[in-house]
Design a protein around this ligand. Structure first.
Ligand code: NAP
Ligand code: HSE
Length: 429
């Protein structure tokens, strides 16, 4: 006989409706596999009249989210409304009243996660967030449980499906940015406000969550240095390819010399690196440590269906805990570590400039880099008569030194433009 557990939804958009469909219309298969009868008791939305692509039994929809949280028949609250308000207060209310919460909300976890996890621990209930990072890829539980004993040194990869989809289509098919962004929204990959995706904010929240779990030091989303993909041009893609690179939006969290560096930015990845062939909304995350070497987690990073699978796994885990009568104690502890200043981040760089095509120009430019201790690895020039495109790849250099060199470069009489400055993936480190 199946055991009944009541679940309530805060939100029924792309992700919520995918999970609601499964809970309502695939309940037999879930019960057969888990022994659980997960019963949807209420669903809070903004617009009661909206077509959600599924038939929702009468009486379940409400536009009063508190009614779902306060419903005594709801034991697990599934938060898939997104954003900080009112999601944060509703989750806190649910936890304080002894309900388990499952959420896909990375923005919320990256800003209020520490307090919410503490509230969950006090109440003896679970707050699970596998769906907040990597869509359908299991990465939160591996980091917080399976790898809890490893001294993780870095977590690095592609954690935003929308931007990877956009970059793939732009690079491979030359489709315009606005058109591909609209496709990503249509496919349900993008956030309600897609500036969070294209501006790097979504990846920054995910990087903060991954870093906090990997290094055991709380990293707030606002502390993550980020740059989005909005300023990349088709010309950047063309020149990058000529030098053997493809642009990817990478999240990079590193622990070294007793400090943590967490950042998100477009990075030129060598075409023969495995990350270069991660296409569309797929995500790929490398986790490295002295004993494990390197693990790669990859799979669908966005979209309603894969994310619903991650949420459902958490709901099943919470339901099992409930039925076992487990008083859940937080499995996660956060210490305080030092976050490295952005000026100290080191990487290789590609600088693309338009310069005067005449003798002595290269020497002037090389002198600028030399003065700022930035070592040039390779130079590529395409002369066009009066002007030339000049591409320089540097050895690994700190961001602070590079920025000083670039601003001096921009002031040289022989330099017409600094067209772009991009970080290059460092395979040697
Ligand atoms: P969405 O399509 O915009 O859905 C949001 C839902 O929440 C909608 O049903 C909306 O109601 C409801 N809602 C929002 N504010 C509300 C309020 N104040 N009161 C009542 N209902 C409210 O978003 P989504 O793509 O499903 O994403 C949901 C969450 O999952 C976000 O935290 C997102 O970051 C995360 N996530 C998304 C994906 C993905 O691929 N989409 C993947 C992983 C994680 P209406 O429908 O009536 O407007
Ligand atoms: N907007 C997010 C993305 C959804 O594109 O990756 C998955 O978290």
């Amino acid at each position: 006989m199946s055991m009944q557990i009541g679940v309530g939804f805060l939100g029924a958009g792309t992700v919520g409706s995918a999970l609601i469909r499964r809970l309502i219309y695939e309940s037999d298969a879930i019960a057969a596999k888990t022994g659980l009868d997960l019963v949807v008791r209420g669903i809070a939305v903004r617009d009661l009249a909206k077509d959600r692509g599924i038939v929702i039994p009468p009486g379940l929809l409400t536009d009063r989210p508190r009614d779902v949280v306060d419903d005594p028949k709801v034991q697990i609250v599934i938060e898939v409304m997104g954003g900080l308000d009112p999601a944060g207060d509703l989750v806190m209310r649910a936890l304080n009243s002894g309900k388990a919460v499952v959420t896909a909300n990375k923005e919320l976890m990256a800003s209020r996660g520490r307090d919410l996890l503490a509230a969950a621990e006090t109440a003896g209930v679970s707050l699970l967030f596998e769906a907040a990072v990597g869509g359908g890829i299991p990465i939160i539980r591996p980091l917080s449980e399976s790898l809890a004993g490893e001294r993780i040194t870095s977590v690095l990869g592609i954690v935003n499906g929308t931007t990877n989809y956009i970059l793939t289509r732009m690079v491979e098919e030359g489709i315009a940015y606005e058109e591909v962004l609209a496709e990503a929204q249509e496919l349900g990959y993008a956030e309600a406000d897609p500036t969070a995706d294209v501006g790097g904010g979504d990846a920054a929240s995910k990087a903060a969550i991954l870093a906090s779990l990997a290094f055991g030091t709380w990293v707030d989303g606002s502390q993550v240095t980020r740059e989005g993909i909005e300023d990349l041009s088709t010309e950047d893609f063309v020149f990058a390819r000529r030098l053997g690179y493809i642009p990817k939006l990478l999240a990079i969290a590193e622990y070294s010399e007793d400090s943590i560096a967490v950042r998100v930015h477009p990075t030129l990845v060598p075409l023969d690196h495995p990350l270069a062939s991660v296409r569309g909304a797929t995500n790929a995350i490398y986790v490295s440590g002295p004993s494990i070497g390197e693990l790669l987690f990859t799979g669908p990073g966005a979209g309603g269906e894969p994310t619903a699978t991650a949420l459902l796994g958490d709901v099943i885990m919470s339901a099992r805990e409930r039925l076992a009568g487990t008083q859940v104690k937080s499995r996660i502890r956060f210490g305080t570590g030092r976050l490295r200043d952005v000026a100290d981040f080191s990487t290789k760089w590609l600088i693309r400039t338009t310069v005067a095509d005449r003798p002595g120009v290269l020497a002037q430019i090389a002198a600028v880099f030399g003065r700022h201790e930035v070592s040039i690895k390779s130079v590529w020039q395409d002369g066009r008569g009066d002007e030339a495109s000049l591409l320089l790849v540097t050895h690994e250099s700190p961001e602070g030194d590079l920025q000083l060199a670039v601003s001096e470069l921009a002031g040289l009489e022989v330099v017409s433009y600094v067209d772009s400055v991009m970080r290059v993936y460092n395979d040697e480190s």
